[in-house]
Design a protein around this ligand. Structure first.
Ligand SMILES: CC(C)(COP(=O)(O)OP(=O)(O)OC[C@H]1O[C@@H](n2cnc3c(N)ncnc32)[C@H](O)[C@@H]1OP(=O)(O)O)[C@@H](O)C(=O)NCCC(=O)NCCS
Length: 176
């Protein structure tokens, strides 16, 4: 079921029928290199099924599929924080490589963040792209995120120590 209609398709709930497309597109080193190690590489059909089973148990659901009318082409989701940070969430996303450079993620992040502020009653959504990920930083800026800082040497990815940028967007309709 769609939560957002977009120019290319929808942002919608994941379905068990998405496993094949998910495994096909997520199995990409160029995607893995920009994400946490919890996102596996190689990404097998078993990984896809495990992810879909996890999402099916989520309450509330915070991970969504980015899809054309034909198939899933990516994912977007939130990790909602706890305790004094419970009005904040971290945003994550990835897109299948054949679809890069068409404006799909700029549209997806812009629309999804608007939805998420309202749906989850959040005050702040942030993302922590690696400093090497210029395309993701550009997506965040186009979606209205502001650069708040550079977290130096905060990550080890593929044996390399990297900096992260901290980008955040504040809900102008304060829900509290
Ligand atoms: C990052 C990613 C989500 C971008 O998705 P996308 O749909 O291709 O992004 P868009 O087409 O909406 O916008 C990309 C922007 O970055 C720019 N860009 C792309 N590569 C770039 C680079 N190497 N340096 C600078 N800008 C770059 C594009 O020109 C475009 O900006 P513009 O519209 O002003 O021309 C996609 O490449 C991806 O899934 N990467 C792997 C996973 C990942 O990085 N996830 C985010 C982790 S924080």
């Amino acid at each position: 079921m769609a939560i957002i209609n977009t120019s290319f398709g929808t942002i919608r709930y994941w379905s068990i029928h998405d496993a094949d497309a998910l495994a096909k597109y997520a199995n990409n080193r160029k995607i893995w290199i920009n994400l946490r190690d919890g996102f596996p590489f190689p990404y097998t059909i078993e990984h896809a099924r495990e992810f879909l089973a996890m999402v099916a148990q989520q309450n509330p659901v915070t991970f969504f599929a980015i899809a054309t009318p034909e198939e899933v082409i990516g994912g977007i989701g939130l990790t909602i924080n706890t305790d004094v940070h419970r009005f904040t969430a971290e945003l994550g996303y990835w897109l299948a490589e054949p679809y890069w450079g068409k404006g799909i993620m700029s549209e997806s992040v812009t629309r999804f963040v608007g939805f998420a502020f309202e749906h989850f009653g959040l005050v702040r959504i942030y993302a922590e792209p690696y400093a090497t990920n210029a395309a993701s930083c550009r997506v965040l800026r186009k979606a209205g995120f502001e650069l708040e800082g550079r977290m130096r040497s905060s990550v080890i990815k593929d044996g390399q120590i990297l900096d992260q940028f901290l980008y955040a967007k504040i809900n102008q309709q304060n829900p509290i």
